[in-house]
Design a protein around this ligand. Structure first.
Ligand code: GLN
Length: 317
Protein backbone atom coordinates (compact mmCIF):
# COMPACT_ATOMS: atom_id res chain seq x y z
CA UNK A 1 0.00 0.00 0.00
CA UNK A 2 1.78 3.15 -1.20
CA UNK A 3 0.22 6.61 -1.54
CA UNK A 4 0.92 8.76 -4.62
CA UNK A 5 3.45 10.90 -2.74
CA UNK A 6 5.79 7.94 -2.30
CA UNK A 7 5.13 7.55 1.44
CA UNK A 8 3.70 4.29 2.81
CA UNK A 9 -0.11 4.16 3.09
CA UNK A 10 -2.15 5.82 5.85
CA UNK A 11 -2.47 2.78 8.11
CA UNK A 12 1.28 2.21 8.08
CA UNK A 13 2.03 5.88 8.81
CA UNK A 14 -0.41 5.87 11.75
CA UNK A 15 1.08 2.66 13.14
CA UNK A 16 4.64 3.97 12.92
CA UNK A 17 3.77 7.32 14.51
CA UNK A 18 2.13 5.40 17.36
CA UNK A 19 5.19 3.16 17.66
CA UNK A 20 7.52 6.19 17.85
CA UNK A 21 5.33 7.80 20.52
CA UNK A 22 5.21 4.60 22.53
CA UNK A 23 8.98 4.10 22.28
CA UNK A 24 10.05 7.55 23.42
CA UNK A 25 7.32 8.95 25.66
CA UNK A 26 8.93 7.59 28.84
CA UNK A 27 12.43 8.86 27.97
CA UNK A 28 13.42 11.39 30.57
CA UNK A 29 16.68 12.81 29.22
CA UNK A 30 17.16 16.47 28.47
CA UNK A 31 16.40 19.78 30.14
CA UNK A 32 13.61 22.27 29.46
CA UNK A 33 15.06 25.66 28.35
CA UNK A 34 15.09 28.36 31.02
CA UNK A 35 17.23 31.19 29.58
CA UNK A 36 13.90 32.62 28.37
CA UNK A 37 12.19 32.45 31.81
CA UNK A 38 8.65 31.61 30.65
CA UNK A 39 9.85 28.53 28.73
CA UNK A 40 10.81 26.84 32.01
CA UNK A 41 7.09 26.46 32.86
CA UNK A 42 6.59 23.92 30.03
CA UNK A 43 5.54 20.41 31.05
CA UNK A 44 8.49 18.08 30.31
CA UNK A 45 6.05 15.24 29.56
CA UNK A 46 4.43 17.00 26.57
CA UNK A 47 5.04 14.97 23.43
CA UNK A 48 3.26 15.41 20.10
CA UNK A 49 3.95 14.04 16.63
CA UNK A 50 2.39 14.97 13.32
CA UNK A 51 2.93 14.18 9.64
CA UNK A 52 1.41 16.02 6.68
CA UNK A 53 1.48 14.48 3.21
CA UNK A 54 1.54 16.42 -0.04
CA UNK A 55 -2.03 15.38 -0.80
CA UNK A 56 -2.96 17.36 2.33
CA UNK A 57 -3.74 14.37 4.53
CA UNK A 58 -2.66 14.77 8.14
CA UNK A 59 -1.69 12.26 10.80
CA UNK A 60 -1.35 13.46 14.39
CA UNK A 61 -0.73 11.87 17.73
CA UNK A 62 -0.24 12.79 21.40
CA UNK A 63 0.11 16.47 22.29
CA UNK A 64 0.05 17.58 18.66
CA UNK A 65 -2.50 20.34 19.32
CA UNK A 66 -0.74 21.98 22.29
CA UNK A 67 0.42 25.49 21.41
CA UNK A 68 4.01 26.53 22.05
CA UNK A 69 6.20 29.38 20.79
CA UNK A 70 7.82 28.58 17.45
CA UNK A 71 11.21 30.07 18.49
CA UNK A 72 14.05 29.27 16.07
CA UNK A 73 11.85 27.25 13.74
CA UNK A 74 10.55 30.62 12.54
CA UNK A 75 14.02 31.20 11.05
CA UNK A 76 13.41 28.59 8.36
CA UNK A 77 10.13 30.10 7.17
CA UNK A 78 11.25 33.73 7.44
CA UNK A 79 14.31 32.79 5.37
CA UNK A 80 12.00 31.27 2.74
CA UNK A 81 10.07 34.56 2.67
CA UNK A 82 13.35 36.49 2.32
CA UNK A 83 14.48 34.23 -0.55
CA UNK A 84 11.13 34.83 -2.21
CA UNK A 85 11.41 38.61 -1.80
CA UNK A 86 15.12 39.05 -2.57
CA UNK A 87 16.27 36.06 -4.62
CA UNK A 88 19.03 33.47 -4.46
CA UNK A 89 22.06 35.70 -5.07
CA UNK A 90 21.03 38.47 -2.70
CA UNK A 91 20.44 36.23 0.35
CA UNK A 92 23.66 34.38 -0.42
CA UNK A 93 25.66 37.61 -0.48
CA UNK A 94 23.96 39.36 2.45
CA UNK A 95 23.50 36.48 4.90
CA UNK A 96 25.62 33.46 3.90
CA UNK A 97 24.98 29.73 3.88
CA UNK A 98 27.85 28.11 5.80
CA UNK A 99 27.57 26.45 9.21
CA UNK A 100 29.33 28.28 12.05
CA UNK A 101 30.21 25.13 14.00
CA UNK A 102 29.25 27.18 17.05
CA UNK A 103 26.11 27.61 19.21
CA UNK A 104 23.14 29.49 17.74
CA UNK A 105 23.70 32.65 19.78
CA UNK A 106 27.46 32.87 19.21
CA UNK A 107 29.07 36.29 19.00
CA UNK A 108 32.46 34.69 18.29
CA UNK A 109 31.18 33.31 14.96
CA UNK A 110 30.53 36.87 13.75
CA UNK A 111 33.92 38.10 14.93
CA UNK A 112 35.79 35.21 13.31
CA UNK A 113 34.13 35.91 9.96
CA UNK A 114 34.64 39.66 9.40
CA UNK A 115 31.18 40.56 10.68
CA UNK A 116 29.25 38.08 8.52
CA UNK A 117 25.92 36.92 9.94
CA UNK A 118 27.03 33.51 8.52
CA UNK A 119 23.72 31.74 7.88
CA UNK A 120 20.00 32.39 8.45
CA UNK A 121 19.57 29.61 11.05
CA UNK A 122 21.74 31.16 13.79
CA UNK A 123 20.54 34.26 15.64
CA UNK A 124 22.84 36.73 13.85
CA UNK A 125 21.77 35.51 10.41
CA UNK A 126 18.13 35.24 11.41
CA UNK A 127 18.02 38.83 12.69
CA UNK A 128 19.67 40.03 9.44
CA UNK A 129 17.19 37.90 7.45
CA UNK A 130 14.13 39.37 9.17
CA UNK A 131 15.39 42.80 8.08
CA UNK A 132 15.18 41.68 4.42
CA UNK A 133 11.41 41.13 4.45
CA UNK A 134 9.17 43.59 2.60
CA UNK A 135 8.29 46.77 4.53
CA UNK A 136 9.52 50.34 5.02
CA UNK A 137 8.99 50.32 8.79
CA UNK A 138 9.44 47.70 11.51
CA UNK A 139 5.63 47.49 11.77
CA UNK A 140 5.36 46.68 8.05
CA UNK A 141 8.15 44.10 8.26
CA UNK A 142 6.34 42.49 11.21
CA UNK A 143 3.18 42.38 9.09
CA UNK A 144 5.15 40.55 6.36
CA UNK A 145 6.49 38.06 8.94
CA UNK A 146 3.12 37.26 10.53
CA UNK A 147 1.22 37.08 7.24
CA UNK A 148 3.91 34.86 5.74
CA UNK A 149 4.10 32.47 8.71
CA UNK A 150 0.28 32.25 8.75
CA UNK A 151 0.22 31.32 5.05
CA UNK A 152 2.72 28.55 5.71
CA UNK A 153 0.47 27.22 8.50
CA UNK A 154 -2.75 27.72 6.53
CA UNK A 155 -4.38 29.52 9.46
CA UNK A 156 -4.06 32.88 11.22
CA UNK A 157 -1.20 32.61 13.74
CA UNK A 158 -0.73 34.91 16.72
CA UNK A 159 1.91 36.01 19.17
CA UNK A 160 1.97 34.57 22.69
CA UNK A 161 2.31 37.92 24.48
CA UNK A 162 3.66 36.32 27.67
CA UNK A 163 6.50 34.67 25.74
CA UNK A 164 7.18 37.90 23.86
CA UNK A 165 7.40 39.90 27.10
CA UNK A 166 9.58 37.27 28.79
CA UNK A 167 12.08 37.16 25.93
CA UNK A 168 12.03 40.95 25.39
CA UNK A 169 13.10 41.43 28.98
CA UNK A 170 16.00 38.98 28.67
CA UNK A 171 17.28 39.33 25.07
CA UNK A 172 20.30 41.52 25.77
CA UNK A 173 22.47 39.09 23.85
CA UNK A 174 20.40 39.33 20.67
CA UNK A 175 20.44 43.12 20.97
CA UNK A 176 24.23 42.94 21.26
CA UNK A 177 24.40 40.70 18.19
CA UNK A 178 22.30 43.21 16.20
CA UNK A 179 24.53 46.11 17.31
CA UNK A 180 27.61 44.11 16.35
CA UNK A 181 26.18 43.43 12.87
CA UNK A 182 25.35 47.13 12.58
CA UNK A 183 28.97 48.01 13.39
CA UNK A 184 30.04 45.88 10.41
CA UNK A 185 27.32 47.47 8.24
CA UNK A 186 25.66 44.05 7.89
CA UNK A 187 22.15 44.89 9.11
CA UNK A 188 19.45 46.88 7.29
CA UNK A 189 17.28 49.24 9.34
CA UNK A 190 17.29 50.07 13.05
CA UNK A 191 18.96 47.22 15.00
CA UNK A 192 16.75 47.34 18.08
CA UNK A 193 13.56 47.57 16.04
CA UNK A 194 14.63 44.56 13.98
CA UNK A 195 15.46 42.56 17.13
CA UNK A 196 12.00 43.42 18.41
CA UNK A 197 10.41 42.01 15.22
CA UNK A 198 12.66 38.93 15.52
CA UNK A 199 11.61 38.48 19.18
CA UNK A 200 7.93 38.65 18.21
CA UNK A 201 8.49 36.18 15.38
CA UNK A 202 10.02 33.71 17.87
CA UNK A 203 6.95 34.13 20.14
CA UNK A 204 4.40 33.11 17.49
CA UNK A 205 2.29 30.18 18.79
CA UNK A 206 2.11 26.96 16.78
CA UNK A 207 1.33 23.28 17.31
CA UNK A 208 3.18 20.18 16.09
CA UNK A 209 0.53 19.77 13.40
CA UNK A 210 1.07 23.38 12.27
CA UNK A 211 4.77 22.58 11.92
CA UNK A 212 3.98 19.55 9.76
CA UNK A 213 1.79 21.68 7.44
CA UNK A 214 4.39 24.46 7.32
CA UNK A 215 7.12 21.93 6.49
CA UNK A 216 4.96 20.22 3.88
CA UNK A 217 4.62 23.60 2.16
CA UNK A 218 8.40 23.61 1.70
CA UNK A 219 8.28 19.95 0.63
CA UNK A 220 5.82 20.80 -2.12
CA UNK A 221 7.85 23.58 -3.73
CA UNK A 222 6.15 26.41 -1.84
CA UNK A 223 2.45 25.49 -2.20
CA UNK A 224 0.56 24.78 1.04
CA UNK A 225 -0.88 21.27 0.49
CA UNK A 226 -3.87 21.97 2.76
CA UNK A 227 -4.99 25.38 1.44
CA UNK A 228 -3.66 24.86 -2.10
CA UNK A 229 -2.22 28.41 -2.04
CA UNK A 230 1.30 29.28 -3.16
CA UNK A 231 3.28 30.80 -0.26
CA UNK A 232 6.77 31.14 -1.80
CA UNK A 233 8.40 30.29 -5.14
CA UNK A 234 9.77 26.83 -5.82
CA UNK A 235 13.28 28.36 -5.87
CA UNK A 236 12.76 29.89 -2.40
CA UNK A 237 11.55 26.52 -1.04
CA UNK A 238 14.55 24.73 -2.57
CA UNK A 239 17.05 27.28 -1.24
CA UNK A 240 15.54 27.02 2.25
CA UNK A 241 15.81 23.23 2.31
CA UNK A 242 19.46 23.31 1.30
CA UNK A 243 20.34 25.71 4.13
CA UNK A 244 18.30 23.61 6.58
CA UNK A 245 20.37 20.57 5.61
CA UNK A 246 23.67 22.32 6.34
CA UNK A 247 22.66 24.64 9.20
CA UNK A 248 19.17 23.80 10.55
CA UNK A 249 20.35 21.88 13.60
CA UNK A 250 23.08 24.37 14.50
CA UNK A 251 26.50 22.87 15.24
CA UNK A 252 24.97 19.36 15.23
CA UNK A 253 23.70 19.63 11.64
CA UNK A 254 26.24 17.10 10.40
CA UNK A 255 25.24 14.52 13.00
CA UNK A 256 21.55 15.10 12.30
CA UNK A 257 22.06 14.59 8.56
CA UNK A 258 24.18 11.49 9.19
CA UNK A 259 21.48 9.88 11.38
CA UNK A 260 18.28 11.17 9.80
CA UNK A 261 19.12 12.39 6.29
CA UNK A 262 16.48 15.16 6.12
CA UNK A 263 16.56 18.97 6.16
CA UNK A 264 15.14 20.10 9.52
CA UNK A 265 14.91 22.92 12.05
CA UNK A 266 14.58 22.86 15.81
CA UNK A 267 13.69 25.51 18.39
CA UNK A 268 14.33 25.88 22.13
CA UNK A 269 10.68 25.46 23.10
CA UNK A 270 10.96 21.83 21.90
CA UNK A 271 9.60 21.89 18.36
CA UNK A 272 11.18 20.23 15.32
CA UNK A 273 10.13 20.30 11.68
CA UNK A 274 11.74 17.74 9.33
CA UNK A 275 11.01 17.98 5.62
CA UNK A 276 10.85 15.19 3.05
CA UNK A 277 11.07 16.97 -0.33
CA UNK A 278 8.31 15.91 -2.71
CA UNK A 279 6.60 13.80 0.00
CA UNK A 280 5.63 15.68 3.17
CA UNK A 281 6.90 16.78 6.57
CA UNK A 282 7.07 15.76 10.20
CA UNK A 283 6.31 18.05 13.11
CA UNK A 284 7.43 17.07 16.61
CA UNK A 285 7.08 18.75 19.99
CA UNK A 286 8.55 17.84 23.36
CA UNK A 287 10.24 20.42 25.62
CA UNK A 288 13.30 18.59 27.09
CA UNK A 289 16.38 19.58 25.04
CA UNK A 290 19.92 18.37 24.41
CA UNK A 291 22.85 20.74 25.01
CA UNK A 292 22.59 22.25 21.49
CA UNK A 293 18.94 23.18 22.10
CA UNK A 294 17.08 20.42 20.22
CA UNK A 295 14.20 18.33 21.60
CA UNK A 296 15.46 14.87 22.57
CA UNK A 297 12.19 12.97 22.10
CA UNK A 298 11.71 14.92 18.86
CA UNK A 299 15.03 13.91 17.41
CA UNK A 300 14.69 10.28 18.51
CA UNK A 301 11.25 10.13 16.89
CA UNK A 302 12.53 11.68 13.65
CA UNK A 303 15.38 9.17 13.52
CA UNK A 304 13.01 6.26 14.11
CA UNK A 305 10.47 7.49 11.55
CA UNK A 306 13.12 8.32 8.95
CA UNK A 307 14.33 4.73 9.12
CA UNK A 308 10.92 3.08 9.41
CA UNK A 309 9.30 5.15 6.66
CA UNK A 310 12.39 5.11 4.42
CA UNK A 311 12.79 8.90 4.34
CA UNK A 312 16.59 9.39 4.28
CA UNK A 313 17.29 11.49 1.17
CA UNK A 314 20.69 9.92 0.67
CA UNK A 315 19.52 6.30 0.66
CA UNK A 316 19.35 4.75 -2.79
CA UNK A 317 17.42 1.72 -1.54
N1 GLN B 1 14.20 33.25 20.44
C1 GLN B 1 15.32 32.39 20.72
C2 GLN B 1 16.59 33.20 20.76
O1 GLN B 1 16.73 34.10 19.98
C3 GLN B 1 15.39 31.32 19.67
C4 GLN B 1 16.53 30.38 19.91
C5 GLN B 1 16.27 28.97 19.46
O2 GLN B 1 15.13 28.48 19.38
N2 GLN B 1 17.35 28.26 19.23
O3 GLN B 1 17.45 32.95 21.56
Amino acid sequence: ETSTGGLPGDARIDALLAAAHERYRDHDEGVVADYIPILSTANPAWFGLSLTELNGSMHSLGDSEIEFSIQSISKAFVFALACDARGHRDVHDRIGVNNTGLPFNSVVAIELNDGSPMNPMVNAGAIATTALLPGETAAEIWESVLTGLSRFAGRQLDVDEEVYRSESATNQRNRAIARLLESYDRLEGDPLEIVDVYTRQCAVSVTASDLAVMGATLASGGVNPVTGLRVVSAEAARDTLTVLASCGMYERSGEWLFEIGLPAKSGVSGGIVAIVPGKGALGAFSPPLDTAGTSIRGQRSCAYLSRALGLNLFASA
